[in-house]
Design a protein around this ligand. Structure first.
Ligand code: ATP
Length: 300
């Protein structure tokens, strides 16, 4: 997911100090060869979060288009769940928004402004991303939470930690916020890492959230608690979820069924489940209660 970030993660983890690593990390992102500020790009300021994809054409390779005229409008504050088979393009739709890749033609706008007319830095400061694999660098808990908002005060960091329910974890660590984590420090559990990622975004407080939902790994109780924190995080933000859990999907304002680079169905859970022979409805019959959503159950 978000492969450019993965690439950088492997580089950053070799740096011993978190903050030094962070500086290098942003530099690397901003100097990626083909993605850079366009001439005349402006600071986006704080966006409201109305998103539109207009006739978007994109392929990782020129000879293999993924989107051939994709259109999509998302209202500020709306929560959209993307579902569909593996390889359908759900992740790609989301990774075009922070401009991890450049579209071939068409436009993606936020609040009516083309994202290519915004500086990359200001665009990305408006978008929070929670991935399955949480990226932590070797450094303190404090540095890891404040990553993305290095000017944050201790009170702000603690407030974000509290909202993500990471405060109990911090209290249990010998050096609290100053505890070193990572290879040479304390190892955090999967659930604790998720909480740290959520705390980061609470601190960053972006109007737009991209959420790549985990498919497994956590026990049910932890999973439920994390889901609750994510629901609170998503409140009041435009949220794009690459969804795997039925509970998330059912609670979304709108579900978009993606197949082969196209949105083949959309609506609320109630709308879609009522459609006889609909793709979504067929999927539901293959789904059990609130367990992980199996994209492969989606028959082509
Ligand atoms: P999944 O549910 O498995 O995550 P997805 O719906 O998110 O799938 P994408 O990851 O967006 O699908 O992939 C869409 C298509 O683009 C697939 O054919 C995939 O192989 C291809 N693809 C994805 N990332 C890259 C990349 N970095 N380079 C080349 N092709 C890619």
């Amino acid at each position: 997911f978000f492969r450019p970030i993965d690439k950088i993660n492997s580089i950053i983890e070799t740096y011993p100090k978190g903050i030094a690593g962070f500086t290098r990390y942003t530099k690397f992102l901003d100097t990626e060869p083909d993605i850079r500020d366009h001439d005349g790009a402006r600071d986006a300021g704080r966006l409201r979060g109305d998103i539109e994809y207009r006739d978007v054409h994109f392929g990782y390779r020129n000879d293999r288009p993924i989107f051939d005229g994709l259109g999509l409008a998302i209202k500020a504050g709306e929560t959209i769940a993307f579902v569909g088979p593996s390889g359908a393009g759900k992740t790609t739709i989301c990774s075009l928004l922070p401009r991890f890749y450049e579209i071939a033609s068409g436009a993606i706008t936020i609040d009516g402004v083309d994202i290519r007319d915004m500086t990359l830095k200001s665009l990305r400061s408006n978008i929070g991303i929670v991935q399955q694999d949480v990226f932590l660098f070797a450094g303190t808990v404090r540095e890891n939470i404040a990553y993305g908002r290095l000017d944050a005060t201790e009170a702000e960091i603690l407030d974000a930690a509290g909202r993500a329910r990471l405060d109990d974890v911090i209290a249990s660590l010998a050096d609290g916020l100053d505890t070193i984590i990572g290879e040479r420090g304390v190892k955090l559990s999967g659930g604790q890492k998720q909480r740290l990622a959520i705390a980061r975004i609470f601190l960053k407080n972006p109007p737009i959230l991209i959420l790549d939902e985990a498919t497994s790994a956590l026990d049910t109780e932890t999973e439920r608690a994390i889901q609750q924190s994510l629901a609170e995080l998503s409140a009041g933000r435009t949220t794009l979820v690459i969804a795997h859990r039925l509970a998330t999907i059912a609670n979304a304002d709108r579900i978009l069924v993606v197949d082969d680079g196209r949105i083949v169905e959309q609506g609320s859970h109630a709308d879609l489940i009522a459609r006889k022979n609909g793709r979504y409805r067929n999927l539901q019959t293959a789904q059990t209660d609130t367990g992980p959503f199996h994209p492969l159950a989606f028959k082509r």
